[in-house]
Design a protein around this ligand. Structure first.
Ligand SMILES: [Zn+2]
Length: 116
């Protein structure tokens, strides 16, 4: 129960003015927790999925497409196939490196990098 700051009379409910002295009462502060602007995830990509894609379909650039790096994915795809398999070996090695990178990353790091 609040009291009028002017005369000290008890105030009932949500009066705007004190019914005793007529003083305007300060509005009750509603303590709503200030909403932190939480970062909204744009994607829900998963590093395990990315790692598996890199491992099994890395020569197709699948992990890169999955992570939205379409340009890089296309480059991987082209290098793999235009070089008649020579490039595919290189891409395969790169993909395995990618896989390890995804797995070494913490979930937070991965989210920061690919999901926001
Ligand atoms: Zn009053």
């Amino acid at each position: 129960m609040a009291n009028c700051p002017a005369c000290g009379a008890p105030i009932e409910g949500h009066q705007e003015k004190c019914s005793y002295c007529g003083a305007v009462l300060p509005k009750e502060e509603i303590s709503t927790p200030t909403q932190q602007p939480t970062k909204v995830k744009k994607h829900d990509r998963n590093k395990i999925v990315a790692a598996l894609l890199a491992f099994f379909l890395g020569t197709f650039g699948a992990d890169l497409f999955y992570l939205g790096k379409n340009k890089e994915g296309v480059i991987y795809l082209l290098v793999s196939y235009l070089s008649c398999g020579i490039g595919a070996t290189v891409i395969l090695v790169l993909s395995i490196i990618h896989m390890v990178q995804y797995l070494m990353m913490s979930d937070e790091e991965f989210d920061e990098k690919y999901n926001y």
